[in-house]
Ligand binder design. Structure first.
Ligand SMILES: *Cc1c(COP(=O)(O)O)cnc(C)c1O
Length: 396
């Protein structure tokens, strides 16, 4: 299906909204019926027919149709957050006694779901180094029900060879799940590679304006129906009609935003790689990156996030560098219009994250929609401040 068709026309029933170009927000809890027999029919098909907004809401349903079409999956279910989508999706495969194989260092709350939450229900796990598909094969047990991937990873950007891992999983009849947030449906065709279920933190690129939290789960129709009747309705972590509408507005410009980001980010990655105070740049589309060949094969276009390792003697210089930036905002999240910086060092003196295995000198940089030269000037200024401080240290 044509990308422009999906974004502009698919699922838009303009005739029934008095020709409104932008669809109305169905800000309602319930839908009234004129007869008990109609009501009975609706209740039988709660996933497809408006009855009660936790189950079906026309605004939410419109966005679900578009995201499923973008992702190339039969169905999409929207959630109130990416984490809710991931939890519901993983739970749908699991019973007590089962086992999960997950790539090392996934998104922090995915890791906590597996280590702290699922373990309370006797679901065991093995985390593996994702650089070699054979590591997944070796971790598989008779009780293994799913393999969870995050490619590229949203901190280190390392990739997993999705097709190779799918081949291994199929032999053992194990499902492959993928957090596809970084690549988006546009840059990584997960279902064509045989993945069974994908997740998106729609909070990031899909919405793209830092004004809502949402998540998407994409899979086959039969599995979506099963999830709807269980995790979706019982845990009830649904998106509100208003947030779904904002997400739709964000989706309208997704291809344009990604096009800008795909051009701007490699320029900044190249600038950073040349800088003497940068020890390493983790970015899939730099030829120096270990997964460069795999990135070119698996991803249609470069994404907007990378991380660097600063070449400095201690943490205080990482802080100084971050504090010296004025156009990059110091904040969590990514995927919107504004450029952001997130140093691993913030996790260091926090109780909750004392177990992070990320190096203290790692800084994640998200490139937004600003002009790349505007951002490079900001980085140059921060590097200059750093150099001055290092020279002062040498002199004293
Ligand atoms: C942010 C993020 C999530 C969680 O999404 P929320 O919408 O914040 O719940 C999951 N995976 C990745 C890679 C993320 O960056």
């Amino acid at each position: 299906m044509d990308l422009s068709y999906i974004i502009n026309h698919l699922g838009e029933e303009r005739e029934s909204y008095m020709g409104a170009v932008s669809p109305p927000i169905f800000q309602t809890v319930n839908f009234a019926y004129s007869s008990i027999s109609d009501m009975r029919q609706a209740l039988k098909k709660e996933m497809e027919i408006p009855f009660y907004t936790r189950g079906h809401n026309p605004t939410v349903s419109l966005v679900q149709k578009k995201i499923a079409a973008l992702e190339g999956s039969e169905s999409c279910l929207l959630f109130g957050s990416g984490s809710a989508a991931i939890a519901a999706g993983m739970l749908s495969f699991l019973s007590s006694g089962d086992h999960i194989v997950c790539v090392d260092n996934p998104y922090s709350w995915t890791s906590k779901l597996i280590r702290k939450f699922l373990s309370r229900f006797q679901v065991r796990h093995t985390f593996v180094d994702g650089s070699n598909p054979d590591n997944f094969r070796q971790a598989i047990l008779p009780e293994t029900k799913l393999i969870m991937l995050e490619s590229p990873n949203s901190m280190t950007f390392s990739l997993q060879d999705i097709e190779a891992i799918v081949r291994i999983a199929k032999k053992h009849q194990i499902a492959v799940l993928l957090d596809n947030s970084y690549a988006t449906p546009l840059n990584q065709r997960a279902f064509q590679m045989g993945v069974d279920m994908t997740f998106h933190s729609a909070t990031k690129y899909l919405a793209g304006h830092s004004d809502l939290v949402a998540g998407a789960l994409c899979c086959r129709k039969a599995h979506a129906t099963q999830i709807f009747e269980s995790e979706y309705m019982t845990l009830g972590a649904v998106i509100s009609p208003h947030d779904a509408w904002l997400l739709l507005r964000g989706l309208r410009t997704l291809p344009l935003r990604l096009e800008h980001i795909g051009k701007a980010t490699p320029q900044i990655a190249t600038f950073l790689e040349k800088h003497p105070l940068v020890k390493r740049v983790n970015y899939p589309f730099l030829p120096s990156f270990p997964d460069y060949e795999l990135a070119k094969k698996q991803l249609a276009s470069p994404g907007g996030m990378l991380s660097i390792l600063l070449d400095v003697p201690d943490l205080s210089y990482v802080d100084l560098f971050c504090d010296s930036l004025s156009h990059f905002l110091l904040a969590a999240s990514w995927g919107s219009y504004e450029s952001l910086i997130y140093p691993a060092s913030v996790l260091y003196d926090s109780q909750n994250y004392s177990s992070t295995s990320l190096p203290w000198n790692l800084i994640r940089i998200y490139i937004g929609l600003e002009d790349p030269s505007f951002l490079i000037r900001d980085l140059e200024y921060a590097f200059q401040t750093l150099e001055n401080a290092l020279n002062e240290k040498k002199d004293s």
